[in-house]
Write a protein that binds this ligand. Structure first.
Ligand code: G4P
Length: 525
């Protein structure tokens, strides 16, 4: 079991949209023999989001909305990639997904540098203290000066950068990458490098043929840069990498599959496997014999072919065996994990065993919630999932009353996925709930999914509120809030009282004026 667990590498790729996450994911899967499509740009254009994304909407918008998990084997490692959506409006889902990762790969577009969404996602990884590896992509195009990029990473993100390899030229002049440790130069040839037999001679930098291929000028630049890095750059310190204080930086071109194997080999050596997790019973060693895990994502109707609901579980300790019984900590009930599936690109396979570090998807019929713990012994709790307060609110109603049942089911399931927060207006029933979301775009996703997955057309009436606060059940104070034109009293999914408020200022004013305590999240029962 120890060996199995130590061979696990579970990570997420974080990036700003368009940096090449889909492309890199495909190339990584290619090494595991997971997809035949990878590297075939033409095929990709037509089935563009075939591997890691499911929804039509994504195809329309060209953004990736859902997070998924994919597993493959490579050189004796079992690799789990957690796909995180890049668009800022889906950050809640992304944040939760990052709780399941042991490390992160930060993908940066060489021309664009550190972008807005990268910064946000980086911050989450930093808070978790997980190691972050950087891959600077699209070297086959013109971009920023590599030294400036290293500087940008350090200044904007506040992490030390250590170049593992170094690009030789870029764009039309891109000649390859130089490995700082071995002195080996991988020469670049456009096209699909992985299969390219006509690639120019790679070899040690001292090799005359390699030097001739690079050319005098670029060779001179490379030597200067390397000297600068050696003298003025950071030290490589694996312990600090593990703490997330130093990020190893790699260069390449995912589209051309160039630099990807170099990155992957190094990453697998340096990235940590499953680490001990904090719990209410102290730090739990992943190698401990008893199974435990937590739900970090739930998704209904994941695939039109399988109209079902999947809960994604990150295994934290021990081993899962098919059909095993576990305790669902929140309800203290026994649960049989009968048919866990592993998601392998778009295909699913039923698995017989899985180990700490792995992600399994189990069929769920409404019992599981995000953050729920499943373990062999009752009473175990891990650190709470991050909670994100919704900032946009709207009243949603059905256009066709005959679809009421489907509407209620759809709203309920999307709430359980953690995609929306559902509130009930005290005066109106479940037919016209108030929905809260973090990002505006989630309303569009909601509308789309209700139509596509539940056959329900809805009307969305946006409300002017920007924040929600939870309050205690004090009739007198609730009355004040009900009567105010600045607030709206609602009940959350667990029948807790909450109030929607126009903005922070008004919230503070009301809280002080009427001595009402506003909580930023529901108090635990
Ligand atoms: P994302 O998931 O991070 O949003 O990015 P994605 O992989 O979809 O890549 C975004 C665009 O960048 C795609 O181009 C992709 O081909 C391109 N790209 C990715 N890696 C590289 C690289 O190493 N070099 C170059 N030159 N381009 C790269 P597109 O035109 O939007 O799509 P497509 O029509 O090529 O599929």
């Amino acid at each position: 079991m120890k060996e199995e667990i130590q061979s696990r590498k579970t990570f997420a790729i974080i990036s700003h949209p368009d940096a090449g996450k889909t492309t890199l994911t495909e190339k990584l899967l290619l090494f595991g023999g997971a997809i035949h499509l990878a590297g075939n740009v033409k095929a990709r254009k037509t089935q563009r989001y075939a591997t890691s994304d499911w929804m039509e909407l994504e195809r329309q918008r060209g953004i990736s909305i859902t997070s998924s998990a994919m597993q493959f084997n490579y050189k004796g490692y079992v690799i789990n990639i957690l796909d995180t959506p890049g668009h800022q409006d889906f950050s809640e889902d992304t944040y939760r997904t990052l709780t399941a990762a042991d490390s992160a790969v930060m993908l940066i577009d060489v021309a664009k540098g550190v972008e807005a969404q990268t910064i946000k996602l980086f911050e989450v990884c930093k808070k978790r203290g997980i190691p972050i590896f950087t891959f600077i992509n699209k070297l086959d195009r013109e971009g920023k000066n590599p030294i400036d990029l290293m500087d940008e990473v350090e200044k904007v993100l506040g992490i030390e950068a250590y170049a593992m390899n170094w690009p030789i030229g870029m764009g039309s002049d891109f000649k390859g990458i130089y490995d700082r440790k071995t002195g080996f130069v991988d020469r670049y040839a456009g096209g699909n490098h992985y299969e390219n037999s006509k690639a120019p001679q790679s070899g040690l930098l001292e090799d005359a043929e390699v030097q001739a291929g690079i050319g005098e000028e670029l060779l001179h630049h490379l030597r200067e840069d390397i000297e600068l890095l050696d003298m003025a750059g950071n030290e490589f310190d694996l312990e600090r990498v593990k703490k997330g204080e130093v990020t190893p930086v790699f260069f390449g071109s995912a589209l051309n599959n160039f630099g990807v194997p170099n990155f992957l080999d190094s990453f697998l050596k340096l990235a940590p496997g499953p680490e001990p997790r904090n719990s209410n019973q102290g730090e739990l060693d992943p190698v401990s014999p008893q199974f435990s895990g937590f739900v970090f994502k739930i998704q209904a109707n994941m695939n039109a072919m399988h109209r079902d609901r999947i809960a994604f579980i990150r295994i934290c300790t021990g081993k899962y065996e098919r059909g095993m019984n576990v305790i669902h900590t929140r309800s203290h009930r026994k649960l049989r994990l009968a048919q866990p599936t592993q998601l392998f690109a778009q295909e699913r396979t039923i698995i017989d065993e899985a180990y700490a570090g792995d992600i399994i998807g189990v069929h769920d019929n409404g019992i599981l919630r995000i953050g729920d713990v499943l373990a062999e012994k009752d009473g175990l709790e891990f650190e709470a999932m991050p909670f994100f307060s919704p900032e946009n609110f709207a009243r949603i109603s059905i256009k066709n009353a005959l679809k009421r049942k489907q509407f209620i089911k759809g709203i309920q399931e999307l709430q359980e996925e953690g995609a929306i927060h559902v509130f009930r207006d005290l005066n109106i029933g479940v037919e016209a709930p108030v929905i809260g979301v973090v990002g505006q775009l989630q309303f569009e996703v909601l509308e789309y999914r209700l139509r596509d997955e539940y056959g329900v057309n809805v009307e969305i009436n946006h409300l002017p509120y920007e924040i929600v606060r939870w309050i205690s059940k004090d009739e007198q104070k609730i009355q004040i809030l009900k009567e105010s034109s600045m607030s709206m009293v609602v009940l959350d999914q667990d029948e807790n009282y909450a109030v929607l408020l126009l903005d922070k200022w008004k919230a503070n004013w009301m809280s002080e004026r009427y001595s009402i305590e506003f909580l930023t999240q529901p108090a635990l029962p």
